[in-house]
Design a protein around this ligand. Structure first.
Ligand SMILES: [Zn+2]
Length: 288
């Protein structure tokens, strides 16, 4: 693939190989801004990819551009594998949400990003990026929204390649769905995910809003299957391992170990809603 790639006005994408969840193999870094540039997703831990990434970032001055900071969308290893390295090599500050910073105690985060923060980038036409705190996939996940350009950097909220895991510990299924609804309401023209191609209507796929709502519908469909499976479970409960083949009968056995984590995230949501309860080492439904 040729790198970098222009994916929106004043936005370049630089996919780099990372240890991410198959079938995805790369994480997209983005450079946002015409003169002052914000770099997002310092992801790759691999030497050869880091060299290519550095060459990309070091070419900015010859193009009249200047990087100002590196933003972490969240703390997962396939998003921060180059964070300390690139910050040091380029002498740039790292910016992240405070929950992301707390989950990366070995990393020096220079600025804590919070919901509603506005990042102004100088250029022929200056741009303003608004920080959206979008927990669910990760507790400190942030998106960046350029409302004027209709561009939304979405990290791991959705993906063009692969699926988004909601880990039961740091993730939160209910939050995730609520944040997808919030992103949909922004009606962005283009959404830029960390994995896979840009999402834009007319490029053969759905609009960003339609895709966000599709994700919500898909998860609620899965949730209905979880609730139905619990209906067939006795008061003694059923284990996650026993529930997975019922709830994920339509998915390859190969993905069941990961599906089990999503299943638990669904069960935790249902528990909070009073629709599931812990029984023994497993889970049971709540009558009524
Ligand atoms: Zn992630």
């Amino acid at each position: 693939m040729s790198r970098p790639r222009n994916v929106a006005r004043k936005v370049e994408s630089f996919p780099a190989r990372t240890p991410t969840l198959p079938p995805a193999t790369h994480t997209n870094s983005y450079a946002l801004g015409g003169r002052e540039v914000l770099l997002v997703e310092p992801a790759t831990p691999y030497d050869d990819e880091r060299r290519a990434w550095l060459a990309w970032a070091r070419a900015f001055p010859s193009q009249g551009r200047r990087a100002v900071a590196i933003v972490l969308t969240h703390h997962h290893p396939d998003h921060v594998g180059g964070a300390a390295f690139f910050a040091r090599e380029l002498d740039l500050p790292l910016w992240a949400h405070e929950k992301t910073a707390a989950l990366l105690p070995d990393l020096r985060v220079d600025r804590l990003l919070a919901e509603g923060d506005e990042i102004a980038l100088d250029g022929d036409t200056p741009s303003v990026l608004r920080v959206l705190h979008t927990p669910g996939h990760a507790s400190g996940h942030v998106c960046l929204h350029d409302a004027e350009a209709g561009v939304l950097v979405v990290g791991d909220m959705v993906a063009s390649v692969g699926t988004i895991l909601i880990p039961p510990d740091d993730g939160d299924m209910a939050e995730y769905l609520a944040q997808l609804e919030r992103l949909a309401a922004l009606s962005a023209d283009v959404a830029l995910p960390a994995h896979g191609d840009p999402i834009a209507e007319g490029s053969g796929g759905p609009s960003p809003a339609a895709l966000f709502r599709h994700y919500v519908a898909h998860r609620l469909g899965r949730e209905a299957k979880v609730a139905a499976a619990l209906g067939g479970v006795g008061p003694g409960g059923a284990s996650l391992a026993a529930l997975v083949p019922v709830v994920y009968a339509d998915t390859p056995v190969m993905v069941w170990p990961i599906a089990m984590l999503s299943l638990e995230a669904h069960l935790l949501k249902l528990e909070r809603e009073g629709r599931a309860r812990r029984a023994g080492d497993g889970w049971a439904g709540v009558a009524g």
